[in-house]
Design a protein around this ligand. Structure first.
Ligand SMILES: [Zn+2]
Length: 325
């Protein structure tokens, strides 16, 4: 029995125990596909979710190794795991019959996503749920603001590609809020605005250039979209990843315990990032002033190792944010 089949069998067993009678039967010819792929994703990251047309079979594995399954309502998004086959199951739960077709693709994991907004050039900005969406503690990791700082995007993708289930926190991962800058390799967005100087707290208009604030606070679709998303999910913690200053920000820290955990688990020093002359209109300032939760800046070095970015930082962030595997 393959690992896949074993997981499904175990999940069905859990269902049978928890939910009453369970019948598995061959697929009837009339059964239509109940699974449709989402709209084509932008260049990054790869499509990871599938929308279920009738009902969702939600399979997951707890840290105890036990597999579980539950039916989620029509229209929700199934997160998929590292299974490499398609299948169809008939499930009878509380006398109701469900036909569930599922499709897994390789090397993906349990993820659902929401659209945060669009960039100046129309690229979609997504947030991916890689934790427990039912958890009361909500955390957001933003992999990138500045297009040439690419390591945080790799950490975000590593979080998304991890087949282990993050438990204990609802963890939203936004690989980049600056997909235009990412594509062009530029710090700013497509209008030359620094998306970490465009926020509406202590915003000041600055001259065009490397740290251009934009013509007014929240003038840019990317910062406006992220603002709305953050206000909506009301996170306890927000981490914004940058390069290359190498440290965890100690300037204006709202939650010192979070800062200490990040220093510890990300193996970075405490360092004051004062934007040279005092920060104006940054995301962390806005969150710390406006929302209940705490935001903090993490700066990797200029060229962190692949292992650091995709393993140490991935696992370290989960732990620092209060999650576990
Ligand atoms: Zn940056």
């Amino acid at each position: 029995m393959t690992r896949t089949r074993h997981a499904i069998a175990a999940a069905l067993l859990a269902l049978a125990v928890a939910g009453g009678p369970l019948v598995a039967a061959p697929t009837p010819a009339a059964a239509s596909p109940v699974l449709t792929a989402p709209a084509k994703a932008a260049a990054l990251p790869k499509t990871v979710g599938y929308r279920i047309a009738t009902a969702e079979l939600h399979l997951w594995k707890a840290s105890t190794g036990k597999a579980y399954a539950r039916i989620i309502k029509k229209g929700s998004t199934i997160r998929h795991t590292g299974v490499r086959e398609h299948g169809r199951l008939q499930i009878v739960l509380n006398k109701k019959v469900y036909w569930v077709t599922f499709k897994y693709t390789k090397k993906a994991q349990w993820v659902s996503r929401v659209k945060v907004g669009e960039s100046v050039k129309g690229r979609t900005i997504y947030a991916y749920q890689v934790g427990d969406s039912d958890a009361s503690k909500v955390a957001v990791v933003i992999g990138q603001f500045h297009g040439e700082e690419k390591a945080g995007v790799d950490t975000a993708r590593a979080l998304m590609a991890d087949a282990r289930t993050v438990e204990g926190i609802s963890l939203w991962v936004i690989p980049t809020i600056n997909p235009d800058g990412y594509a062009a390799g530029t710090r700013a967005n497509a209008r030359g605005v620094d998306l970490n100087r465009n926020w509406g707290y202590k915003w000041v208009k600055t001259a065009k250039g490397r740290y251009y604030s934009g013509p007014k606070a929240f003038s840019e679709p990317e910062s406006k979209a992220l603002k709305a998303f953050l206000a909506d999910v009301d996170p306890r913690y927000v981490v914004g990843i940058h390069q290359p200053l190498y440290g965890v920000d100690s300037d204006g820290v709202k939650n010192t315990a979070l800062q200490k955990r990040l220093i510890n688990y990300l193996k970075l020093p405490s360092k004051a990032f004062t934007c040279r002359t005092g920060c104006r209109g940054t995301m962390t300032q806005w969150v710390n002033h406006t929302l209940d939760g705490a935001a903090i800046t993490v700066e990797y070095g200029s060229s962190p190792s692949k292992r650091y970015v995709t393993v140490t930082a991935r696992d370290g962030l989960v732990k620092a944010l209060g999650g576990h595997y």
